[in-house]
Write a protein that binds this ligand. Structure first.
Ligand code: 13P
Ligand code: 13P
Ligand code: MG
Ligand code: MG
Length: 380
């Protein structure tokens, strides 16, 4: 009989922030911790960690209830309701931003918050990485994950680790048409890249081992503007990764972020900027509502519980993760991200500083065109 599968869920939302789209008030995080501590006491979840990236609250939860579980999602929903209420009482900016419905229907899908979940048999040692991004969209992970899982010049493990060499199944979502396709690396690598290159439409949802290890990573691909039917905020996606022993190593996961990558979504959700790797503590958007932040926190999993650097006997939930991008090793990457962002900003309201017309979250163009209807003349 196979062992019971553990589920790791990250559910996240922006429900209001102090000074524009900067950061949630600490009391919103505290309230979330209290609610998840109760959920843990009730046996809904095994363990949890509450953090944030920029203005997004991220709830990490471990449990044995499987993906899409009503009670687990319900606990997250309660956190966001409570935090939104606090935000409203303080008149914070965009209070309740990502809450699209009054009625919880058993799952946060389609209700505004983003979620990434994976279920697997816990290995003898289970290193987990939690990437969190602010001011960008789900397809922002496509380039780094392609490097990590498809490029042997990035991940030497794809060559030297016999199980990683067997390749991976890559689930790609068409985020506009709401459909998916599963493709196989290494043999379909070039076709995979052919799709993923269109970051406005395709995004990696999940990658699984072809050597029987199960899921390697999962991304929250909820597109808030499509769900809501109008611009609300960016999706600010998370990505959960399992590392080592037939999967990319921790270092192989982190490596691509040393080079600047342009991603869509900063300033009014309408500009390209470079990913800025940093600690959650440094994730306030301080320059042109950005640059888009990427954080990475690590935990070991221990019988369904999170193990970080906290002292022995620490209360559950009060964890200390390894904060990978905090290190000054990343100073050069940060400086290059600012340099690249500044360069693209110098193009002002011109593409490719701003997004293409279908992707602009704000645009006055339809109005301008309407006003000009009678003034436009046909060319012979
Ligand atoms: P150790 O030999 O230190 O365990 O490291 C192996 C490894 O996978 C490093 O990426
Ligand atoms: P958030 O999606 O992080 O709320 O940011 C919105 C925005 O466009 C800020 O300029
Ligand atoms: Mg916001
Ligand atoms: Mg945000």
């Amino acid at each position: 009989m196979s062992a019971e599968k553990v589920t790791v869920s990250v559910i996240k939302a922006d429900v209001g922030s102090v000074v524009g789209h900067s950061r949630p008030h600490p009391s919103m995080l505290e309230a979330s911790k209290g609610i998840l501590a109760d959920a843990q006491k009730q046996g809904i979840i095994e363990d949890f960690y509450v953090t944030r990236v920029g203005d997004d609250i991220n709830l990490y939860m471990t449990h044995y209830k499987g993906k899409g579980n009503k009670d687990v999602h319900g606990a997250a929903w309660e956190c966001f309701q409570k935090a939104a209420k606090i935000a409203k009482s303080m008149k914070l900016y965009a209070a309740g931003q990502d809450i699209l419905t009054d009625a919880f229907s058993g799952n946060v899908k389609g209700a505004g918050p983003g979620s990434a979940e994976m279920s697997f048999e816990e290995r003898g040692s289970e290193p987990l990485l939690f990437f969190m991004a602010d001011k960008t969209e789900p397809s922002a992970y496509s380039l780094p994950l392609s490097k990590i899982f498809l490029d042997p010049f990035t991940t030497t493990g794809l060559v030297v680790d016999a199980r990683a060499k067997k390749g991976f199944c890559v689930e790609i979502q068409d985020v506009i048409d709401n459909k998916k396709v599963v493709m196989k690396s290494p043999e379909e690598t070039l076709s995979i890249l052919s799709l993923l290159g269109d970051t406005s439409r395709y995004a990696i949802k999940r990658i699984c081992s072809r050597a029987g290890i199960g899921p390697a990573c999962v991304v929250s691909t909820d597109k808030l503007n499509l769900t809501a039917g109008k611009y609300i905020g960016k999706d600010d996606p998370v990505c959960i990764c399992r590392a080592q022993s037939g999967l990319p190593s921790v270092g192989e996961y982190l490596q691509p972020f040393i080079n600047p990558m342009l991603v869509a979504g900063w300033m009014r959700g309408s500009h390209y900027g470079a990913f800025y790797p940093c600690s959650p503590e440094d994730s306030d958007p301080v320059y042109f509502d950005g640059p888009p932040r990427i954080c990475c926190l690590g935990f070991q999993l221990n019988e369904g519980k999170l193990q970080g650097l906290e002292p022995l006997g620490t209360k559950n939930g009060e964890h200390i993760p390894v904060d990978f991008f905090k290190s000054d090793t990343w100073d050069l990457a940060r400086a290059n991200a600012v340099k690249a962002s500044r360069f693209i900003r110098s193009q002002g309201p011109f593409m490719p500083s701003i997004l293409g017309p279908e992707e602009m979250e704000y645009t006055s163009r339809p109005e301008v065109l309407k006003e000009l209807t009678s003034r436009f003349e046909r060319l012979d």
